[in-house]
Design a protein around this ligand. Structure first.
Ligand SMILES: *Cc1c(COP(=O)(O)O)cnc(C)c1O
Length: 380
C-alpha cells in the first residue's frame, strides 16, 4: 500500500478520472515554510493558482493574506473569513466598478500599471495603497507575461508621483513571470525598484512598500532552486540596493504554495499508432486541467499507476477533446510503457496549481476538473 495520502485516497476511493487530489496539510506546511523563508514579509496567496475553499481555509489558518484578481475571488476570500486588511487586489486590469466594489468591501491595497487605472483608483478607492508595477529587463520565466503588464521605469516614476498627488499611497511592484527558475530575476527587480524609491524620494514622495510578486518555481521534470535559494538572493539584493531603510515587503506567491500538494490522476482513452509515432490520448487535456501545457511550457511528470514495468517507448501525449490544439506534448520527449493501453491510469505529481482553476466549464461536455481536498481542512 502506498504511504502517500493522495495516492492512497485514489487507490481506495477510485473516483472517476480525471481528478485532482490536494493535501491541505501539505498546503499549510508549505505556507509555514514560505513565512519562515521571508520573515516579516506580508504573504498574499495568489488565489487564481487554486481557489478551492479548503485550500483557502488551510492558508487562512497558516496566517496568510490573499491576492485577488477580481470581485469573485475577493468575495470568496471574505466568505472564508479573511479580513479585508489581508487582501490585495493585484490585477492591474480592472473595471472602475470592480475597484469601487473592492473598496466598498474594505480593500485598501491595489496594484496598477497605467495612468487611467491610477485615475480610477483615486476616484473609487481614495487614499488606498497602490503599488506601481514596473516592467523588468529580466530573464524570461517558463510562462512569461510578455509585455501585457508593467510599465517602463520612467513611466512608473510618473505614475508614482501622479498617485501621490491624487492622495494615494504609492509603492513599487514587479512580477518576474510565473515558474521563474532564475532567482537573479528578483535581484534585477529589486535594483530597479530601489532606483525608483530614490528618484521618488528626491521629488518628495517617500515610498515604503515593495511588492516582489510571485513566480517561485516548482519541480516537474527539471529541478528548480529551493525556496531558501530564492530567499537568500532576495535578502542579499535588498541589502545591496536598499542601503538605508529597508522597504516593507509583500509577496504574492501562488504556484509554490499549492503545486506540490496536488496530484492529478488520468486514464488512457486510446493508444493509436499514426505513422512513426505512438499517440496516447488521455481523459485529461488542455481544456480540463492542463492549460499550462500550452506551448509545452510546463512539462508535467506522468507516472503509470497500473502498468509500471516493461519496456518503454516514445509517445505523443494528447487530450480527449475534438480540438486540434488539444495536444499536450509532441516536441517534448516522453516515454511510456509499450504495454500501456485503454483504461490504464497515470498520475501527475506536483499539479495542485493552475490545473482545476484553468479547466473549462463544459467544452465537449466535459465537466470542470473535480478536486478532492484531504487533510485537516479537507472536504473529501
Ligand atoms: C499570477 C500572479 C501571481 C502568482 O504567481 P505565481 O507564479 O503563481 O507565484 C502573483 N501576483 C500576480 C499579480 C499574479 O498575476
Amino acid at each position: 500500500m502506498c504511504a502517500d495520502p493522495l495516492r492512497r485516497f485514489l487507490d481506495e476511493r477510485d473516483p472517476p478520472t480525471p481528478c485532482l487530489v490536494v493535501d491541505t496539510d501539505a498546503v499549510a506546511a508549505r505556507a509555514r515554510e514560505v513565512r519562515a523563508a521571508f520573515p516579516g514579509a506580508l504573504i498574499r496567496y495568489a488565489v487564481k493558482a487554486n481557489p478551492a475553499p479548503p485550500v483557502l481555509d488551510a492558508l487562512v489558518a497558516a496566517g496568510l493574506g490573499f491576492d485577488v484578481a477580481g470581485p469573485a475571488e475577493l468575495a470568496l476570500c471574505l466568505d472564508r473569513g479573511v479580513a479585508p486588511a489581508d487582501l490585495a487586489y493585484g490585477n492591474p486590469i480592472k473595471k472602475p466598478r470592480d475597484i469601487a466594489y473592492a473598496f466598498g468591501r474594505g480593500v485598501r491595497e491595489f496594484t496598477s500599471d497605467a495612468a487611467a487605472d491610477v485615475e480610477h483608483l483615486a476616484a473609487h478607492a481614495p487614499g488606498s495603497a497602490v503599488s506601481i508595477r514596473v516592467l523588468l529587463d529580466a530573464p524570461d520565466s517558463v510562462t512569461p507575461f510578455g509585455r501585457k503588464f508593467g510599465c517602463e521605469p520612467a513611466e512608473a516614476l510618473d505614475l508614482v508621483l501622479r498617485a501621490a498627488a491624487l492622495g494615494l499611497r504609492p509603492g513599487i511592484a514587479f512580477h518576474v513571470g510565473s515558474q521563474q527558475p532564475d532567482p537573479g530575476a528578483w535581484e534585477i527587480g529589486i535594483a530597479t525598484a530601489a532606483k525608483l524609491f530614490a528618484e521618488a524620494a528626491a521629488q518628495g514622495v517617500a515610498m515604503t512598500r515593495l511588492n516582489l510578486g510571485g513566480g517561485f518555481a516548482t519541480t516537474h521534470r527539471t529541478a528548480v532552486p529551493a525556496l531558501d535559494a530564492y530567499a537568500a538572493t532576495i535578502a542579499s539584493a535588498l541589502d545591496t540596493h536598499f542601503a538605508g531603510e529597508q522597504p516593507e515587503l509583500m509577496l504574492e506567491p501562488g504556484r509554490v504554495l499549492v503545486a506540490d500538494a496536488g496530484l492529478l490522476r488520468t486514464e488512457v482513452v486510446l493508444v493509436a499508432q499514426r505513422g512513426e509515432r505512438r499517440w496516447v490520448y488521455l481523459d485529461l487535456g488542455r481544456y480540463n486541467g492542463l492549460a499550462e501545457a500550452e506551448n509545452e511550457a510546463i512539462a508535467y511528470r506522468f507516472e503509470p499507476v497500473t502498468t509500471p514495468g516493461g519496456p518503454r517507448g516514445p509517445v505523443v501525449l494528447a487530450g480527449p477533446t475534438c480540438d486540434g490544439d488539444d495536444v499536450l506534448y509532441q516536441r517534448t520527449p516522453y516515454e511510456l510503457p509499450l504495454s500501456l493501453t485503454t483504461g490504464d491510469r497515470l498520475d501527475l505529481p506536483g499539479t495542485g496549481a493552475y490545473t482545476a482553476s484553468y479547466a473549462s466549464v463544459g467544452f465537449n461536455g466535459i465537466e470542470p476538473l473535480r478536486t478532492y481536498c484531504l487533510g485537516r481542512w479537507g472536504d473529501a
